[in-house]
Write a protein that binds this ligand. Structure first.
Ligand code: FMN
Length: 339
């Protein structure tokens, strides 16, 4: 449906995916301010949050993010319910439950995607969290454990019966980890199985991908993960494009400012020593997003290894803006439809 100004009134939401060790508070804040429909915290181990672990509290932090969605990972009902209550008491507007993580450290504890091997157990966890909090509860899953057990439709049906509010499906099985291509069309079986809104995820890196993913899956919206690392503005650009708005990509100056805000935010959040370490992967990704050749290999190395924030900020700025302060892409290009 289009409104009088030609924009879609029912534009599909575009979310920033939870990425452990990556989607910290500041990345989420920036992505949201630049137009992401919603952002999800990195996974928080429920048992650790329930016992008051300080690092888990930082991961679940959401000041200035709205809606503030906290993702919980775990395999036992009591800590999952307790962690959900704590997150909501601390301001979470919604809880997402991780049933997609393939990492052995998580599945070995029977959490994450391991829960797709035992849907009765998965359903007990969903029910426990549903009963514990009054805010919306969603679940993020894969297509199944392997191709012999593509049970995401069944898990989505159970989520609906238990009163959950939505599901996200990464179009790979657990056994695929991140190999091959996400199968967007396989998500269609989940859409057919439930009346809950389904968000499709996996390998969406552009507006064209988002359109193709929605067309193949029939999903209500898309979630973007790895492609947004170093480019937190991408999520909002895709959202605007799907809404039919013309989008002028952020100027190099604005991208440099966002990257600097992220870096400074991490140092404020974690303190200088730990903040600098947390920032390394982001700095590398921002340098890559700025374009090849923006920094010499030696300067790029220096950017990601220096523990001197002043030096890092100067190099970060140079990565986006040439030394004369000219914007490499001053001409700008537009994505999305003309308004
Ligand atoms: C480094 C990394 C960390 C991730 N952490 C989480 C997590 O905490 N919770 C979760 O549900 N999925 C996690 N995922 C999976 C992503 O949310 C997403 O489903 C996956 O990367 C596919 O989407 P993409 O192709 O857009 O990245 C992680 C993926 C990566 C690469």
């Amino acid at each position: 449906m289009r409104s009088e100004d030609g924009r879609r009134a029912d534009a599909p939401p575009v979310l920033l995916a939870p990425l452990s060790g990556v989607t910290d508070l500041h990345m989420r804040r920036i992505a949201q301010r630049l137009g992401a429909s919603a952002v999800v915290s990195e996974m928080v181990a429920a048992a650790e949050l329930a016992r008051g672990d300080a690092e888990s509290q930082v991961r679940a932090e959401g000041e200035g993010v709205e809606p503030h969605v906290v993702q919980l990972a775990g395999c036992a009902e009591t800590p999952m319910a307790e962690a959900a209550r704590i997150a909501v008491d601390n301001g979470a507007d919604a809880i997402d439950i991780n049933m997609g993580c393939p990492a052995k450290t998580v599945t070995g504890g029977e959490a994450g995607s391991a829960l797709m091997r035992d849907l009765d157990h998965a359903a007990r966890l969903l029910g426990a969290v549903r009963m514990a909090v009054a805010v919306p509860v969603t679940v993020k899953m894969r297509l199944g454990w392997d191709h012999a057990s593509l049970n995401a439709p069944e898990l989505a049906r159970r989520a609906e019966d238990l009163g959950l509010n939505g599901v996200t499906v990464h179009g790979r099985t657990r056994q695929q980890f991140y190999k091959g291509r996400a199968d967007w069309s396989a998500i269609r079986a989940v859409v057919a199985a439930t009346r809950l809104p389904v968000i499709a995820n996996g390998d969406v890196t552009s507006l064209d991908d988002a359109r193709a993913c929605l067309a193949a899956s029939g999903a209500a919206g898309v979630m973007v993960g790895r492609a947004a690392v170093g480019r937190p503005w991408l999520v909002g650009e895709i959202a605007a494009g799907l809404a039919g708005r013309s989008v002028t990509p952020l100027s190099a100056e604005a991208r440099a400012a966002a990257a600097a805000e992220h870096y400074e935010g991490l140092i404020a959040l974690y303190g200088q020593a730990m903040g600098v370490r947390h920032a390394r992967k982001h700095l590398a990704a921002y340098a890559d997003a700025a374009g090849s050749g923006a920094l010499s290999p030696a300067d790029r190395r220096r950017l990601v290894t220096t523990s001197d924030p002043t030096e890092a900020l100067a190099l970060l700025r140079r990565a986006f803006l040439d030394p004369a302060g000219l914007e490499p892409d001053a001409a700008g290009t537009t994505i999305g439809e003309a308004a």
